[in-house]
Design a protein around this ligand. Structure first.
Ligand SMILES: NC(=O)c1ccc[n+]([C@@H]2O[C@H](COP(=O)([O-])OP(=O)(O)OC[C@H]3O[C@@H](n4cnc5c(N)ncnc54)[C@H](O)[C@@H]3O)[C@@H](O)[C@H]2O)c1
Ligand SMILES: O[C@H]1[C@H](O)[C@@H](O)[C@H](O)[C@@H](O)[C@H]1O
Length: 339
């Protein structure tokens, strides 16, 4: 299919992530421009729109999607607002890149899945950007290559320096560990079947009501075991690491590889301060891949099925966290539409 001209994108939600995607579309990647920005915070949307020629500010996603100069939508509002925006975009048959999580619970993710199936063709890519990170891609290549044998275990480490004040205990699972749910499914090519959450005595820096850190355990269809350390307030930087333990070898990614400085009788390196720096290349590749595929009239990358499957695992994870027991994941059969 021939490429369309420059893609005109509406960015819904102009907070930390939305503003960074706007910068990326305008200055880093090719083939797209931002013609609309939407935020409930009118001043924020207007201030951002004023920095771009030909860009209008809206407070309602519906109004932006109805604009004649919008032909694709990037959703970067908070998770609970995704469903309404996704359903509106599907009604208008607009291509979408939706930040993770697709939606915060399985029932709403299923409603989006059913709406896309009714439309009859895929329109939505979910923003599980780790799939576009060079190290994760190399790990996937090694596991798929088969030389190391079957993967028996995955160890994930996910540390944030701190979380915003509105972040909840449940969000450690359905906003943070959702990344490990997706990469586990993707790396191993199978579904997660059960989740257990263990909690050590919390850090004294954990906010009131938050058990931080937590250890989340996944079981998979083939019997692989996967552990995730989620630490929301480690204080010193942003670290995401993974190690695959296979029958004939192990692979580790996410170790800091930058310059090692020796000075003042010490040696050491730098820990990235946040996800925007650690995953900068992955976000760039993800958005470029979405723009390129959309201009070709295709939809690639993580699908609504991937978003739904992760939401189903999140739901089990939140119950496991609350009830202190192993919880099995309940999900529908994968429809042929998403084969
Ligand atoms: N992929 C990643 O690594 C990554 C990193 C951070 C955030 N995220 C995701 O990006 C999304 C946004 O997160 P953030 O950190 O930028 O949040 P944020 O709070 O910084 O920004 C959200 C913005 O959306 C606006 N908003 C709220 N409801 C809205 C609605 N109904 N319509 C339009 N605008 C609305 C808010 O006013 C705010 O400006 C979330 O889904 C989050 O999980 C992904
Ligand atoms: O929304 C953010 C984002 O998804 C980051 O990639 C993750 O590391 C954080 O834990 C989460 O809160």
């Amino acid at each position: 299919m021939p490429s369309r001209g420059t893609l005109s994108v509406a960015v819904v939600g102009t907070g930390k992530m939305g503003a960074d995607h706007v910068r990326r579309i305008q200055r880093v990647i090719s083939g797209a421009r931002v013609t609309a920005v939407v935020d409930l915070d009118e001043e924020r949307a207007e201030a951002l729109a004023a920095t771009m020629d030909g860009c209008r500010a809206y407070t309602e996603p519906v109004a932006a999607m109805a604009a004649p100069d919008v032909d694709a939508v990037l959703i970067a509002s908070p998770g609970p607002a995704h469903e309404a925006a996704l359903l509106e975009a599907l009604d208008r048959d607009l291509p979408v890149l939706c930040e993770k999580p697709l939606t915060p619970d399985a029932a709403s993710a299923l409603r989006v899945l059913e709406a896309e199936r009714r439309l009859g063709h895929r329109r939505i890519q979910v923003g599980f950007m780790r799939r576009y990170d060079a190290e994760y891609a190399e790990l996937k290549r090694l596991l798929d290559g088969g030389e190391l044998g079957r993967a028996l275990m995955l160890h994930h480490r996910h540390r944030n320096p701190s979380m915003p004040p509105w972040f909840t205990n449940e969000m450690l699972i359905n906003d943070s560990v959702v990344h490990e749910m997706d990469v586990t499914r993707w790396l191993l090519g199978e579904e997660i079947t059960a989740v257990t959450v263990l909690k050590p005595a919390p850090s004294t820096y954990a906010p009131e009501g938050m058990d931080d850190p937590q250890l989340v355990l996944f079981e998979t269809e083939s019997g692989a075991l996967v552990d995730v350390e989620i630490f929301g307030h480690c204080g010193y930087g942003y670290q995401v690491r993974a190690e695959a333990v296979c029958e004939r070898g192990t692979v580790r990614i996410g170790d800091e590889g930058g310059p090692r400085v020796s000075a003042d009788g010490r040696w050491g390196g730098r820990v990235t301060p946040d996800y925007l720096e650690r995953f900068a290349d992955a976000y760039d590749r993800q958005v470029q891949a979405w723009v390129d595929a959309t201009r070709r009239g295709e939809v690639t990358g993580p699908s609504v099925w991937d978003g739904y499957a992760a939401a189903a695992v999140c739901e089990a994870g939140v119950s496991a966290q609350r009830e202190g027991r192993r919880v099995e994941v309940e999900m529908i059969e994968r429809p042929a539409f998403y084969a």
